[in-house]
Design a protein around this ligand. Structure first.
Ligand code: COA
Length: 166
């Protein structure tokens, strides 16, 4: 398994992942394909956002790919925190393809993400999850997360917040 950057090579896999995901908004949101006329347009936009465009702070996005070149998961590393990310979003977002869940892939993605964060000399990272997201909380604890105070999102969702020292 390896992390790869989004590119045209992964368009078909990205689209089948989206089909499996269904109609709800993709997590992490930078992988959302809605509103783009073509995959090229999506990639152009992603490159700009990754550098920090408008409300976006600089970030890096990756697919987790297996040896059969199947996209198993998605990862977004936000290099800095603003007030919203500090309270709600955190530094790292991830998801696993619905048919591939509960096989340890999210735990692996977060551990690989932490290596990328070390390369970026981030020192410590904040990872958050919804109060009822038992799976994600376990993924964070599996990777050394130390729980801090929770915060409430504007829609009332309680976010659990964990720091991981690098
Ligand atoms: C949350 C999510 C990333 C977990 O991915 P995953 O690959 O299934 O996670 P793992 O296989 O690494 O599981 C880690 C642990 O959580 C447990 N777990 C996973 N999903 C679970 C669930 N729905 N309910 C309870 N426990 C769960 C696993 O059994 C495992 O337990 P263990 O460490 O005791 O063995 C995945 O369900 C997902 O993509 N959800 C939608 C997007 C999302 O919520 N992203 C996180 C945003 S904070």
């Amino acid at each position: 398994m390896r992390l790869v950057r989004p590119s045209l090579e992964w368009e078909k896999e990205h689209r089948t992942y989206k089909e499996e995901w269904g109609s709800t908004r993709m997590i992490p949101s930078c992988f959302n394909l809605d509103g783009f006329d073509s995959y090229e347009a999506y990639l152009d936009d992603l490159v700009k956002k990754e550098k920090g465009l408008g409300k976006w702070l600089p970030f890096s996005s990756y697919f987790l790919v297996n040896d059969e070149n199947r996209v198993l998961g998605m990862l977004d590393i936000r290099h800095e925190l603003n007030d919203f990310l500090y309270r709600i979003g955190g530094n790292i977002g991830y998801s696993v393809r619905p048919s591939e869940r509960k096989k340890g892939y999210a735990t692996f993605i977060l551990s690989e993400a932490l290596d990328k964060c070390r390369e970026l000399e981030m020192g410590k990272v904040l990872v958050t999850c919804d109060e009822d997201n038992t799976g994600s909380a376990k993924v964070i604890l599996n990777n050394g997360g130390v729980e801090a105070h929770s915060e409430k999102d504007s829609d009332g969702t309680v976010k659990r917040r964990f720091w991981i020292n690098l």
